[in-house]
Ligand binder design. Structure first.
Ligand code: SF4
Ligand code: SF4
Length: 330
């Protein structure tokens, strides 16, 4: 059975207003006028106004094809039928706070919680791409062949190294999803920069149709340079954040992919005082996303590309103690 869809009524109403106002701004005021007239009739009622407003918003939402954006995507993933019980879509404050979380409980079908800002409905192709990617991720996680285990041991030598491996694993998984989307003719794909910068790992990932979580994780731990030679731990720790930054930028650089002006901090460990043995963690202390965008590995900073928002505060902090700075924004 296809998963049931539950849309937050307030989100539907906000989305309807935004889309109708957008249509009005593009020279088509009639649908918004019609909507207001229907709402005015409801205002005149003495009872049941709230339910009637909710029903009107839901009908209009459906009538504009906004619900179909979700149900149509769910039909594209028949593997979720029976494994995913429900998709609940609620409002998030902004694009940044957009999220998607899968809840799995033993013995019953899973639940997918999606958080979207209302303005997402103004960009239907972008929303479709987002939904396809998140449903594909959920499909993988619920597919016994992928053997996903969220408690699987990562196997790094420190929590920071675990985090880097996890980040690499996420990026490889993203690349694999993007490759499958491309094969299905859907508009998203990793950029070429992402392919090149992961030292050949991305080609390995995108070339195959089936992976297990364990295999992808093992690949994320592969520390090899472009020639295939082994890499010592220090080199892996130095290169991994830059590879991740380039890979993330590669994903975002695809014209059909997510639109973001994302900038990222990149650390040059050869210039960093902490990596030369001096006790400096100024960038870590100043980072507004401390412990997310900058972690410490034995008191030395490492930047997590996917969490960094490129604010540049760490660069300024570094410049105060180190000229030229060991961090730059790319
Ligand atoms: S650019 Fe901003 S978010 Fe990124 S690491 Fe530097 S201070 Fe943190
Ligand atoms: S502030 Fe600069 S020198 Fe100090 S730890 Fe950060 S990157 Fe290294």
């Amino acid at each position: 059975m296809m998963p049931e869809l539950h849309m937050d009524p307030e989100l539907m109403e906000e989305a309807v207003f935004l889309v109708l106002k957008d249509q009005e701004a593009s020279g088509n005021p009639a649908p918004l006028k019609d909507f207001h007239e229907k709402r005015d009739l409801i205002y005149e009622r003495k009872e049941g106004r709230e339910e009637a407003f909710t029903d009107l918003a839901a009908q209009t939402f459906r009538g504009m094809g906004l619900e179909e954006l979700f149900t149509g995507r769910l039909r594209e993933f028949p593997g979720l039928d029976g494994r995913l019980r429900r998709v609940s879509v609620r409002s998030s404050e902004s694009r940044k706070a957009e999220d998607c979380e899968l809840f799995v409980s033993k013995g019953s079908a899973a639940l997918l919680l999606v958080g979207l800002p209302p303005e997402r409905f103004l960009d239907r192709p972008g929303l479709m791409t987002f939904l396809r990617k998140e449903l594909m991720r959920a499909d993988d996680m619920l597919d016994p062949a992928f053997a996903y285990d969220r408690r699987r041991t990562i196997g790094g030598e420190s929590p920071m190294e675990d985090e880097l491996i996890r980040e690499r694993f996420r990026l490889l998984w993203d690349l694999w999803m993007a490759a499958r989307m491309k094969r299905r003719g859907w508009p998203t794909a990793p950029g070429e920069a992402g392919h090149r910068k992961l030292n050949g790992l991305s080609e390995v990932v995108t070339g195959r149709e089936h992976w297990t979580q364990e295999e992808l994780l093992a690949l994320a731990k592969t520390a090899r340079d472009k020639s295939g030679a082994g890499m010592d731990r220090r080199t892996f720790l130095r290169r991994a954040p830059q590879e991740l930054a380039a890979g993330v930028r590669g994903l975002f650089s695809d014209p059909a992919g997510p639109k973001t002006g994302q900038r990222l901090a990149v650390l040059d460990v050869a210039r960093c005082l902490a990596w030369s043995g001096v006790d400096c963690q100024l960038c870590h202390l100043r980072c507004p996303l401390r412990e997310k965008a900058i972690l410490l590995d034995s008191r030395r900073p490492v930047i997590v590309a996917s969490a960094c928002d490129g604010c540049g505060i760490c660069v300024k902090a570094c410049e105060a103690v180190n000229q030229p700075a060991a961090i730059r924004i790319i």
